[in-house]
Design a binder for this molecule. Structure first.
Ligand code: C5P
Length: 393
């Protein structure tokens, strides 16, 4: 592998000398680009000697012209270690004022950032927000470890040991990006249909299945839009749009649909909503209260009517005659695949971490044993990939 290692001016820089040696020792090629501050800790000559490659400290005055672009073409990935709060801030706002930030912004290949700094800096609102911005853009972050800090004291912010960085880099780069370039909409959670400003009609869906699918798709390199009602922490590297009602979900899904390659509707969309939600909190004045419900639009059915190239995957959460109902829905909604499950079965359905599913396409059905939702996500995406490849031919 060919790595660019971007070194910024953190005291942990001494560990990066070892990191470069480790990569070189196992046969990788390494070029180092340093910020000005980094050169105050270690001279470029040291990195030149151990990498046996040129070291860049400035965009100007290099042996080759437009060296920053040529380097990004040369490498397989860039690792920024240590990444200071300053560099992370610049990367998140697209500032390219030095060689390191200029190379980083020109990267079209995997970019891995390894933050290292004092704990208070690492936990600051700015660094937290900047790192999450980078994650949503597909930048991979290797979390700092906990322990003795170079600035004194203990805490989170330590640059991991070089073996650990090598291990994590290998893991990140070995993940197959089989869905790279594909845009996938995933819906998750149960919709909340307002009754009045404080109450809603909901259902037991937790959003776990949809979030697991979004994560697995992002890990395969897809550009994921997660339209969710769930309070779960969303996975990294996905664009999250929080919604509440079926109508909001429908609006967002429709807005994203044309440019997408697939929609996986794992959300439990309410079939009915309150006809006219009260504008003020309903008082408990009477002994009975009648709510008039009207039918919600069937988002998936509508998508099935207008799809052109998009692959549509639906869920059929059933409590009886699971497969029959699911097959009927596959046809009625014009879907490519439906994931059927009996939500009353132990270890399946809402809120638990496992599921028992049958994947149904026009070609037939495949029943699986109880699995983690993360594993179910993988088998769904394996099928989706088959559809997308056929689609291309
Ligand atoms: O018809 P049923 O609600 O059982 O179908 C379930 C599938 O349809 C799920 O994928 C669900 O997300 C989707 N759905 C929808 N809009 C609705 C109801 C369900 O998109 N109003």
């Amino acid at each position: 592998m060919k790595f660019i290692i971007g070194v910024s001016g953190g005291i942990a820089i001494y560990k990066v000398v070892d990191l470069v040696r480790k990569f070189k020792k196992r046969g990788d090629e390494v070029r180092v680009v340093m910020t000005k501050a980094a050169t105050k800790f270690v001279t470029p000559e040291l990195f030149r000697e151990i990498s046996l490659e040129p070291v860049m400290t400035d965009v100007f005055g290099n042996d080759e012209t437009a060296a920053h672009i040529k380097w990004t073409k040369w490498c397989d990935a860039m690792i920024i270690a240590p990444a200071t709060a300053n560099v992370i801030g610049k990367l998140s706002s697209g500032i390219a004022d030095e060689a390191l930030t200029t190379v980083a912004i020109a990267m079209t290949k995997p970019l891995i950032v390894v933050p290292a700094m004092n704990e208070a800096m690492y936990n600051s609102a700015a660094v937290t927000a900047n790192l999450s911005t980078l994650k949503t853009r597909g930048v991979k972050i290797i979390d700092p470890s906990k322990g003795e800090l170079a600035c004194g004291g203990e805490g989170v912010g330590r640059l991991p040991e070089s073996e650990e960085i090598v291990k994590q880099v290998d893991k990140i780069l070995s993940q197959k990006k089989t869905l790279f370039g594909k845009k996938i909409i995933v819906t998750a959670g149960g919709t909340r249909e307002p009754i009045d400003p404080v109450r809603y009609i909901g259902n037991r869906s937790s959003g776990k299945m949809g979030h697991a699918i979004a994560k697995a798709a992002a890990d395969r390199g897809a550009q994921v839009v997660l339209v969710t009602t769930s309070n779960l922490t969303p996975p990294e590297n996905v664009r999250v749009i929080n919604v509440e009602s079926a109508e909001q979900m429908r609006y967002i899904v429709n807005a994203e649909f044309e440019m997408s390659d697939a929609v996986i509707m794992s959300a439990a969309v309410a079939d009915y909503r309150v006809a006219e939600p009260a504008t003020q909190k309903i008082k408990k004045n009477s002994d009975t209260l009648t709510l008039e419900l009207v039918k919600n639009p069937d988002i998936l059915f509508e998508l099935g009517q207008k799809k052109n190239h998009q692959i549509l995957i639906g869920f059929a959460a059933e409590t009886q005659t699971v497969e029959e109902n699911a097959i009927a829905k596959l046809k009625k909604k014009n879907l490519d695949m439906i994931v059927a499950n009996d939500v009353t079965a132990k270890g399946a359905g809402f809120a638990v971490d496992t599921n028992i599913v049958t994947l149904i396409t026009s070609k037939g059905l495949n029943s699986y044993p109880q699995m983690q939702k993360s594993e179910v996500a993988e088998i769904i995406l394996n099928e989706l990939e088959k559809f997308l490849t056929n689609d291309k031919n």
